[in-house]
Design a protein around this ligand. Structure first.
Ligand SMILES: NC(=O)c1ccc[n+]([C@@H]2O[C@H](COP(=O)([O-])OP(=O)(O)OC[C@H]3O[C@@H](n4cnc5c(N)ncnc54)[C@H](OP(=O)(O)O)[C@@H]3O)[C@@H](O)[C@H]2O)c1
Length: 288
């Protein structure tokens, strides 16, 4: 009996993956890895087993991965430079020691040469996997459409969406689309692949502002700025320094196509079109 384990299972992507996986493999063969005991309750209510493990605690990971055949390693959300490489390396080493046969890893779109700082930890993790000797598949996930929910309240209040992406296109998909792809891959049939995963439709931030306007009935305009000026605007709006750096990196590199891809591998993998970005935005506007 093949045993499947999903790390970061209590996170937003992880929960969706586990739900999707139950439609593809026997529920009794799924294990959700969580790091806090109280996170087990929601899975228990669904009849899903949990194990405890922390990316910073190799011993806990080795115990948790014992007897597991296939692992989905969901990338850590620790923003400290270099931390994620260490976290992911700990999981991969523990998997190797525990005799895990396959690892799928959630990387970043265009990771091989993506100039975003975020790309560094993902490239390093891909290298660790390549040298691990464990069979693996790389899920190079594009941007979640839901990420644009962060600036939505401000855009609706001021009528302006600030950014530094120029005419750069974003090929986003809903988090649920990426989760379904991860479940498909974990269930089997795509081992050894590197999958660039992105939404079917791409848009500029000008398109985004128009979509928000249409969905809300309020006039929202995209205001494009040079990267440094964008950073200063964020700082003066009280955004913490670390997040300012993050936003400058994302927006500035998206301007150069870092988050664009039109291969449509994601929709082929999940067997349906990806969720249109306008649909996700409309839902977020309705909830705001
Ligand atoms: N492509 C994109 O647009 C995009 C956007 C945001 C994030 N991401 C990446 O994709 C990942 C999944 O996205 P998401 O939306 O599910 O993020 P999320 O909701 O923040 O979930 C991250 C998960 O990682 C777990 N985690 C963090 N540090 C850990 C540790 N030391 N040990 C064990 N587990 C740990 C968290 O555990 P707890 O539940 O215990 O906190 C959580 O379950 C993120 O972590 C990030 O690397 C991608």
């Amino acid at each position: 009996m093949t045993k499947y384990l999903v790390t970061g299972a209590a996170g937003q992507l992880g929960q969706l993956v586990v739900d999707q996986l139950t439609t593809r493999v026997d529920k009794d063969d799924i294990i959700a890895l969580v790091r806090k005991p109280e996170q087990a309750d929601a899975f228990a209510a669904k009849g899903i087993a949990t194990r405890m493990g922390d990316y910073t605690d190799s011993a806990s990971l080795e115990t948790a991965l014992t007897g597991v055949d296939r692992v989905l390693l969901i990338s850590s959300n620790d923003m400290t430079p270099g931390a994620r490489e260490v976290h992911h390396g700990n999981v991969i080493n523990a998997a190797k020691k525990a005799g895990v046969g396959f690892i799928a890893y959630t990387s970043l779109l265009n990771a091989k040469d993506n100039p975003m700082h975020l790309g560094n930890d993902h490239r390093a993790t891909e290298d660790i996997l390549a040298n691990s000797g464990v069979a693996h598949t790389i899920l190079r996930n594009g941007w979640y459409t839901e990420n644009f929910g962060m600036g939505l309240a401000q855009a609706l209040e001021t009528g302006q969406h600030f950014g530094a992406s120029g005419d750069g296109k974003y090929s986003t998909a809903a988090r649920a689309d990426y989760a379904e792809a991860a479940a498909v891959v974990l269930a089997g049939g795509h081992d050894g692949q590197i999958l660039e995963l992105a939404g079917d439709d791409a848009f500029t931030l000008t398109d985004l502002a128009k979509t928000i306007s249409d969905a809300s009935g309020k006039n929202v305009a995209y205001v494009d700025m040079p990267v440094e000026a964008f950073g200063e605007a964020l700082k003066s709006a009280g955004v913490p320094e670390g997040f300012v750096m993050f936003m400058k990196d994302i927006d500035g590199n998206a301007a150069k196509g870092a988050l664009f891809n039109d291969d449509k591998v994601l929709s082929a993998l999940i067997g349906r079109p990806t969720t249109p970005y306008a649909e996700t935005l409309q839902a977020m506007v309705a909830q705001s």
